[in-house]
Design a binder for this molecule. Sequence first.
Ligand code: ZN
Ligand code: ZN
Length: 345
Amino acid sequence: MTRLERLQAALERPLLVTSEPNVRYLTGFHSSNAALLVEPKLARLCTDSRYTAAAKLVPGVEVVDIGRDLFAGLIELLQGETSFEAESVSVAAFEKLRSGGASLVAADGPVEALRAVKDARELATIRRAAEITSEAYRRLASEPFAGRREVDLAWRMHELFHQLGAEDDAFPTIVASGPNGAFPHAEPTERVVQEGDLVVVDAGASVGGYNADCTRTFACGEISAERRRAYEICLAAQEVGVAATRAGVLAREVDAAARDLIEASEFAGTFGHGLGHGVGIEVHEAPHVSADAGETRLEAGNVVTIEPGIYVEGLGGVRIEDLVIVTDNGTEVLTTFPKRLTVVG
Ligand code: ZN
Ligand code: ZN
């Protein structure tokens, strides 16, 4: 069965797919102005004349030239109750559909649920993105950090990804050194890395439309005992998180396994974000590995990150992030750059 057929088999009512990555996942078709109206026996790919030639190459769909104003055009096609993707429809677009007479019901992410379990080809592509990412880390780690600005190191990762065959960065690389490391999503600044800093580098390559995501924290020269201790606690939590990951477990229990270790240490209260997230066509997608993941259970074929962090004002930050495939027995870890503390010059 194709992805589209699997979705059709599970539908209760017509589903309007407007999220760009979801349209791409179901059809392979890429456009900034497209929607897919999926019914049990019919799928209509709606776009405008700029894209119809490419859309006609998609098997199993009927192409509708709907004009530039996608949502105005869709009104004609929507009959009866239709599910829609609330997270990708603006309030303005929603009002346009509703005032045109459409009866809309928010869907609970049926395409995201399909995307969460990767097929063999997707896994192979993500493995490749992770290999490039790991090799870029190896090369970066062989270079001196001290005296370079965070933005220079981030640019270097971009260059390495390109040299190693990536199509793009999965997201703008984070390099957070010294006190900047205390902010989990710091943007690289002009700060010059200094001896004694912890340096958090969070980066991923993108290949074939799929992403990798990896974080390593480096020690620039000799670091204080407290920073070394923070690293050790974070690493222990990360390893406990990976060890707890397997098909069938509750995602929130994996989060708790890693979190409890940090909470039992002198760094209690310093790990403020979720333990991990799914990665695929998007860098953040289902399933989420966090305390509020409810009854979500991990499944074989999920690709998730395990990324605890310790963030302390003044001390800086440590985050260690692996990308793993969930299997029935545990995990296949895709990010192979070593996790023991790497000291750079
Ligand atoms: Zn990351
Ligand atoms: Zn991540």
